[in-house]
Design a protein around this ligand. Structure first.
Ligand code: AMP
Ligand code: GLY
Length: 425
């Protein structure tokens, strides 16, 4: 079978890498891909929102399965179009992607079906939201309704900040239409977890729970980013909590969508807060997480293709659960100077050849370009250096040893990825 992966980040490199080990795949295409992906797939330059171009390409090449990485094509309904054209595609339709593209939709769904989440109020008018601010005490969280590339949630610690945030969102429209409607919700203290499941719209098949590190700087300081590193599994979720999450959060959500007339297929990503030993949903995403996919796929034992096909075909119930290698997998994101605001580009990356044949190390590429035999930086998050080890300590040591082999001008990475697990385990 020929497969096409849409996207060009570390998540897509991990997908392509995993697919490249699949028995039943003859060739892999990636649009647009990146420097590392071009070593294992045919990369094609095309706008990932050019849906006509993508369907035309898929028909011409006889693609048997398309896998969508990022949220934006899902938000515009890429799956609906491919389904109409009869091309198998992995991901939710536009109405399913609403769970990520509209926080109000997600919160109202959770409210209606009693899925645990922070209590909240929805505002369509600035004056109403501002009046509400006078009635509550920090900490609380103000969130834009729409997609903001991970920058639409503001944790308010000081009252005076809230007025400013609200004005920026609803009046100055710093995130465009995404901020015209907002949610103001209770702050939940605790530890965060990313809980991803495959689903065919009926059955859920969980992946190993993982933890992202969203802030730019060590000890969770600085601005939020797409994610500076992740590891899996995590010590904060035991088997009984996994069952509780599968039943009361993930399956309940899929059933709730069905009840609303939405068949949700693909990956459902629960961004959870574990507060006093109980899991609550902070947000849902309609896709694989990045960087989470990198450590998760690195430690995955299964052939991924049958799982993806079963989600599309609605036969996940017939499949055995996921299998995982034993141990721990850790990914450290190496970013460009200036990320997340104005990342530098065009710097030559040195040292990758030293890590090519290491069994427990994989360097997934994100913002890279290959020119001749050299790789250059071409984005904010550049590499996801990923390592497996027997213990948290072992995996963390290996991953940072690997990072120390790599060099490019202005490279930046967090030094404390996995530290929370190390402190807890
Ligand atoms: P979101 O875009 O909704 O995932 O929020 C981004 C980040 O803001 C999350 O990863 C949390 O660290 C934080 N956050 C969002 N909502 C809450 C909440 N209700 N309580 C505590 N922290 C939150
Ligand atoms: N790592 C966070 C996300 O994929 O949304």
């Amino acid at each position: 079978m020929k497969v096409l992966v849409i996207g060009g980040g570390g998540r897509e490199h991990a997908l392509v890498w995993k697919l490249s080990q699949s028995k039943n795949i003859d060739s892999i295409f990636c649009i647009p891909g990146n420097g590392g992906i071009s070593d294992m797939a045919d990369c094609v330059e095309m706008d990932i929102h050019n849906i006509e171009g993508l369907t035309g390409f898929s028909k011409k090449e006889g693609i048997g399965l398309v896998i969508v990485g990022p949220e934006s094509p899902l938000a515009t309904g890429i799956v609906d179009v491919f389904e109409k054209e009869g091309i198998p595609i992995f991901g939710p339709r536009k109405n399913g992607a609403l769970i990520e593209t509209s926080k109000i939709f997600a919160k109202e769904l959770m409210d209606k079906y009693k899925i645990p989440t922070a209590s909240f109020k929805t505002f369509y008018k600035y004056d109403d939201a501002q009046a509400y601010l006078n009635t509550i005490q920090p900490p609380f969280v103000i969130k834009a309704d729409g997609l903001c590339a991970g920058k639409g949630a503001y944790v308010i610690q000081e009252r005076q900040d809230s007025e400013h945030v609200l004005k920026e969102l609803m009046v100055n429209l710093i995130h465009g239409d995404a901020g015209r409607r907002v949610i103001i919700e209770n702050f939940l203290p605790g530890v965060e977890a990313s809980y991803l499941v495959f689903t065919d719209g009926k059955t859920v098949m969980p992946m190993l729970p993982s933890q992202d590190h969203k802030p730019l700087l060590d000890n969770d300081k600085g601005p939020n980013t797409g994610g500076m590193g992740a590891y899996t599994p995590i010590p904060f979720i035991n088997e009984s909590m996994e069952k509780e999450i599968d039943t009361h959060i993930m399956s309940t959500t899929i059933n709730a969508m069905n009840d609303q007339g939405i068949v949700y297929k693909g990956v459902l990503y629960g961004g959870l807060m574990i507060t006093e030993g109980k899991p609550y949903v902070i947000e849902f995403n309609a896709r694989l997480g990045d960087p989470e996919t990198q450590p998760i796929f690195f430690i995955m034992e299964n052939d991924i293709l049958p799982v993806l096909l079963a989600c599309v075909e609605g036969t996940l119930n017939d499949k055995e659960g996921m299998k995982w290698k034993s141990g721990v997998s850790v990914c450290v994101v190496v970013a460009s100077k200036g990320y997340p605001d104005k990342p530098e580009k065009g710097k030559v990356i040195k040292g990758l050849e030293n890590l090519k044949n290491e069994k427990d190390i994989m360097v997934f590429h994100a913002g890279t370009k290959k020119i001749g035999n050299d790789y250059y930086t071409s984005g904010g998050r550049v590499l996801g250096v990923t390592a497996m080890g027997k213990t948290y300590g072992d995996a963390i040591r290996k991953v940072y040893e690997a990072v120390s082999c790599i060099e490019f001008e202005g490279m930046y990475y967090r030094k404390d990825i996995g530290k929370k697990a190390l402190d807890t385990a």
